[in-house]
Design a protein around this ligand. Structure first.
Ligand code: BTN
Length: 328
């Protein structure tokens, strides 16, 4: 993002009208250059109102992520576990950012948030829609003193920590997890997790844990989302402070990663089971060979693998896509 564009966002984030002339003067550009910048922002799904004789405004204003505010939700111990926390404006993907810079980063843990992703990655090759300054896009690079086989169930544990974050905002029982790690509210996706394994050797490995959490999905983005979705603001019917969500989420994630590193998935199995939305439900499961199987959800085993009751008995799956079949 150019410095001029950054300045423009900083001015418009107050939600007030600013005339093209005034903006041009402050930014040191012509009015038509201001108009071009505004057009560019509109392509980011930012709602910008333009009214003759008043100028431009972002209705409701914008809250940008602030490192200081996010850190205020982390204890000193939690902060000490992270070598660096970065807030980036606009990048392809926070997961890719950490994966690509792995060599340059010494053997420590890192966290990075972005205001916008142009190529946000979802599970199974999907795209994660990531409009500017509306939701949370977070990746954490974590070093484990174990080999990759010890990471079985990690993404399920992360889903538990997202629900713990969301419990600060709601007591609803309609919040839960669809195996392996989709966080759903009323069967609509509120958050997703993408864990990617990075460098590894005999006795240690690194994982990049990516979390996308919908906070206030703008109207303009709806058309691109291909599955039923929810966001925190429509769930709580209140305005939610993204810095608070980001801080609470990172704090829960760090706790989860420390516990997981010390005790593995075992420490999360019970909690996960209480949040299981598929337990006892009629399920369609697409396995890694793209075959569709039907049965009844029977929870998970101690590695976090899905258990499906079929006419041939209970089968376990380490990967796949699960959907709950609606009964007639
Ligand atoms: C899913 O499909 O459910 C996983 C979605 C994960 C999205 C997050 S957003 C932050 C991080 N960076 C990415 O490119 N993807 C993850």
């Amino acid at each position: 993002m150019t410095e001029t564009l950054k300045k423009l966002i900083t001015i418009l984030k107050d939600g007030e009208f600013h005339s093209g002339e005034q903006l041009g003067k402050t930014l040191g550009v012509t009015r038509s250059a201001v108009w071009k910048l505004i057009k560019q922002l509109s392509t980011w799904d930012l709602e910008i109102e333009s009214v003759t004789n008043k100028g431009y405004r972002i209705p409701g204003g914008l809250t940008l992520l602030s490192k200081e505010k996010i850190l205020s939700f982390l204890s000193f111990d939690q902060q000490a576990r992270l070598e660096k926390i970065e807030i980036l404006d606009n990048i392809p993907s926070t997961n890719d950012y950490l994966l690509h810079s792995l060599q340059a980063r010494p053997n420590k843990n890192y966290a990075c948030f972005a205001e916008k992703q142009t190529h946000g990655k979802g599970r199974r090759g999907r795209t994660w829609i990531a409009p500017f300054a509306k939701n949370i896009y977070l990746s954490v690079l974590w070093r484990f003193p174990q080999d990759p086989s010890a990471l079985s169930g990690l993404s399920l544990a992360i889903a538990v920590s997202i629900i713990e974050t969301l419990k600060h905002y709601t007591t609803t029982q309609e919040l839960g997890i669809k195996w392996p790690n989709d966080v759903l509210y009323k069967n609509h996706k509120l958050a997703g997790i993408l864990v990617e394994l990075a460098g590894e050797s005999n006795d240690n490995c690194s994982a990049v844990i990516g979390v996308g959490l919908n906070v206030d999905m703008p109207n303009a983005s709806h058309q691109y989302i291909t599955q039923p979705w929810a966001d925190l603001q429509n769930m709580t019917q209140t305005i939610v402070d993204r810095n608070e969500v980001a801080g609470l989420l990172l704090s829960h994630l760090v706790n989860t990663l420390i516990l997981f590193q010390n005790q593995g998935f075992h420490a999360f199995t019970e909690k996960w089971q209480t949040l299981d939305l598929t337990l006892g439900k009629p399920i369609s499961l697409t396995n890694s060979a793209s075959e569709k199987l039907q049965g009844i959800g029977r929870g998970i085993n101690e590695q976090g693998h899905f258990l499906l009751e079929t006419p041939c008995g209970i089968k376990s799956f380490s990967s796949g896509e699960v959907s709950i079949r609606l009964s007639n």
